[in-house]
Design a protein around this ligand. Structure first.
Ligand code: A3P
Length: 332
């Protein structure tokens, strides 16, 4: 396949935006860049891998999961993996999802964990880590791959949608905001806390749409605009919570996995919240967070933490932004 030039340039996130984040509790000081156009904020580490990431070659046997962070990606990835590996569900007990699937943004989103480096050195002794540990491990995998990314469609290989099956998971912005607050409050990078502030401050930064992987709305909009593409299936976290079997049946058709009702039930049980949490106790999936990655797994937690004043502000923001997309989210 031919290489594609990146469709954006980059600028440093302006000092006044960084200062706003700091004044509201962000303490992690690594430089952020953002795309022009699009204003997608990314860590500076992305720049070195941008071309390789953008030109990552997808295959027709791949399944790609996309989402804005904290939208239920881990749950969806476990469901997809179980559907693709129905005869090997016991592997879930042996390796966590990072050992069974590939998070394509991991090379620049987080410091690469030691276990990935060990796997990389064993499998690709001559390869250079600075050219992307996960990107190269994924490229070297021969069988059908499950790959996931939090990047917006704008920053993914334009051949991807025409090449393989893609699933996009979306979650309502109120619960994404709550989930992101708890996650970021528990997160440490290089031993340092990333966020030490109040929820109300965090929500203001969220509505500013200017931290990592934001803007939220454009991320969803780019997938929503492609919703009629035959290779794209959009799924909502709230629907998964309400009727998981119904959503699995749709996925079964989309992926053409041909699973029986009984097998779909097995899939839903294999990736239930309690099951994933108990597996995590034996094999942490994200060592950079203090405590469990699996927090509540519910819809509507926003109402337990937001003041009525913040709720009004958030509703206004949602009304203004969702108009440009035409999506109505469920909040309970
Ligand atoms: P909460 O913080 O609201 O509990 P991501 O994987 O995109 O980071 O999303 C994380 C969110 O998905 C967290 O939400 C997490 O608890 C929830 N989640 C993970 N596994 C789940 C499951 N099996 N069922 C329901 N929610 C799940």
């Amino acid at each position: 396949m031919s290489r594609h030039p990146l469709p954006v340039t980059f600028e440093e996130v302006p000092a006044e935006v960084v200062a706003r984040h700091s004044s509201r509790g962000f303490c992690y000081k690594k430089k952020m860049v953002r795309t022009v156009p699009g204003r997608f904020s990314l860590s500076e580490a992305y720049l070195k891998l941008a071309d390789a990431h953008y030109n990552f070659e997808f295959r027709s046997s791949d399944v790609v999961l996309l989402s804005y962070p904290k939208s239920g990606t881990t749950w969806a990835s476990e469901l997809l993996w179980a559907m693709m590996n129905i005869d090997h569900l016991d592997s879930m007990e042996k390796k966590n999802i990072h050992g069974r699937a590939f998070y394509l943004d991991k090379d620049f989103a987080h410091p690469i964990p030691e276990e990935d480096l060990i796997r990389f050195r064993q499998k690709l002794p001559d390869a250079k880590a600075e050219e992307g540990v996960i990107l190269q491990l994924a490229a070297a995998e021969k069988g059908p791959r499950l790959l996931w990314s939090h990047m917006p469609l704008l920053l993914l290989n334009p051949d991807m949608l025409n090449t393989c099956k893609v699933v996009y998971v979306a979650r309502n912005p109120k619960d994404v905001c709550v989930s992101a607050f708890h996650f970021i409050s528990k997160l440490r990078f290089e031993g340092l806390k990333v966020y030490q502030g109040e929820f109300s401050d965090f929500a203001e930064v969220f509505m500013d749409d200017s931290f990592m992987m934001m803007p939220y709305w454009e991320h969803i909009q780019q997938a929503w605009q492609q919703r009629d593409h035959e290779h794209l299936h959009i799924m909502f976290y709230e629907d998964m919570k309400k009727d998981l079997m119904g959503e699995l049946r749709k996925l079964n058709l989309h992926l053409m996995t041909g699973l029986t009702e009984q097998q779909l039930r097995q899939v839903s049980e294999a990736a239930s919240f309690d099951r994933l949490k108990s597996l995590e106790a034996k094999m942490p999936i994200f060592k950079a967070v203090d405590g469990s990655f699996f927090r509540k797994g519910q819809t509507g937690d926003w109402k337990n933490i937001a003041t009525s004043e913040l709720d009004i502000r958030m509703d206004r923001w949602i009304q203004e932004k969702s108009r440009m997309i035409g999506i109505t989210f469920q909040y309970s």
